[in-house]
Design a protein around this ligand. Structure first.
Ligand code: PAP
Length: 330
């Protein structure tokens, strides 16, 4: 994370006074968090969150990729970029071949609002594509009401998401001076209680899930596991949802397969830019491409831990209509 620039005094004062009223706790990796509007927000992101709540204006054509960390953000960034820009760049000249997807689709809270209270987002290329790890309930109030902008949400088995994030954060400490990371069992306890960055995970997932049921033309709810099993039909689905369906001619040329290939784990992981480059000054691009598998949690978590997660999911998410039973099958 880049060091925030100097901000106007009233913004920092507002954040400080608010912070004094909020419950605070460290995440398992030592990063301080506060409970703001029901979500555990890393404190270093509170000011960007407040600024974007106040100032972000969606356009009717804006596209927002939303996800919990490690649910498939990098993959979806690549796919959205490739789908939206397919007329601008032939596949063999795609910027994805030379640039990490995180530099092509930028985060609202972790990039645009990090060192600016009200960044100029009006002159970005259209359609504007942003990403966020924020839950739906803390997006600017007008987001769903005052525009026809679209949200693409990707969810992932929380067990795999937890392990993916743990492996990432053990390698990439977000704040060098914070407390050392807690052991796995304590970190897992916190996760099951919903005390983790942008959590509780069930609120995050259900917020977007319910919105996708209420507004299917505005919110597309995707699952990492479904996409792994059949990427091609999901690429078609995303393009249709965005109002950019593949033409017969594009279909005939095999463009859907080409985009799926270009954005596949194996392809992106082995590109020079993703093997060697860095993001935010010190995060290796390669750390966004670890295993890319379904079910890696089995190599890290005991059957008892999985059973506990099943109970949490049953208690918090059953009745939602979301299909979750695949998570625990071998
Ligand atoms: P972020 O939220 O910090 O951007 P995100 O991209 O969501 O991270 O998560 C990284 C995970 O997605 C990694 O999973 P793993 O740790 O279980 O391996 C990473 O390997 C996986 N991933 C990255 N790119 C792809 C891709 N193109 N296809 C499938 N999985 C991918």
């Amino acid at each position: 994370m880049e060091k925030p620039a100097e901000l106007p005094k009233d913004e920092t004062t507002e954040e400080e006074s608010l912070l004094q009223t909020l419950q605070q706790q460290n995440n398992w990796d030592g990063v301080p968090m506060c409970l703001y509007q029901g979500i555990w927000c890393p404190i270093f992101l509170l000011r960007p969150l407040l600024s974007l709540q106040k100032n972000f204006k969606p356009h009717d054509t804006s596209i927002l990729l939303a996800s919990l960390p490690k649910a498939g953000t990098t993959w979806l960034k690549a796919l959205l970029f490739a789908i939206v820009n397919r007329d601008r760049f032939p596949i063999d000249q795609s910027p994805l071949l030379t640039t990490n997807p995180h530099k092509l689709v930028l985060s609202l809270e972790c990039y645009y609002y990090v060192d600016q209270v009200n960044p100029d987002l009006e002159n970005l290329p259209q359609p504007r594509v942003f990403s966020t790890h924020l839950p739906l309930n803390v997006l600017p109030p007008g987001f769903m009401i005052n525009s026809t902008s679209k949200i693409v949400y990707v969810s992932r088995n929380p067990l795999d998401q937890f392990i993916s994030e743990r492996e990432f954060l053990l390698k990439n400490r977000l704040l060098p001076d914070c407390e050392p990371p807690l052991p796995l069992d304590q970190a897992f306890d916190m996760f099951c209680e919903g005390v983790h960055a942008f959590g509780p995970f069930w609120e995050h997932i259900l917020g977007y899930w319910r919105a996708s049921l209420e507004n299917p033309d505005r919110v597309l709810f995707l699952q990492y596991e479904d996409m792994k099993r059949d990427t091609v039909s999901h690429v078609r689905k995303i393009a249709e949802f965005l109002g950019l369906p593949f033409s017969d001619e594009e279909e005939k040329r095999g463009m859907v397969g080409e985009i799926s290939q270009l954005c596949s784990f194996e392809k992106l992981k082995n590109l020079e830019t993703n093997k060697t480059g860095v993001l935010h000054g010190n995060v290796a691009n390669s750390s966004f491409f670890r295993k890319g598998e379904i079910g890696d949690w089995r190599n890290h978590l005991s059957p008892d831990m999985a059973e506990r997660m099943k109970e949490v999911i049953d208690a918090k998410m059953s009745g939602s209509g979301l299909k979750l039973d695949n998570y625990f099958k071998s």
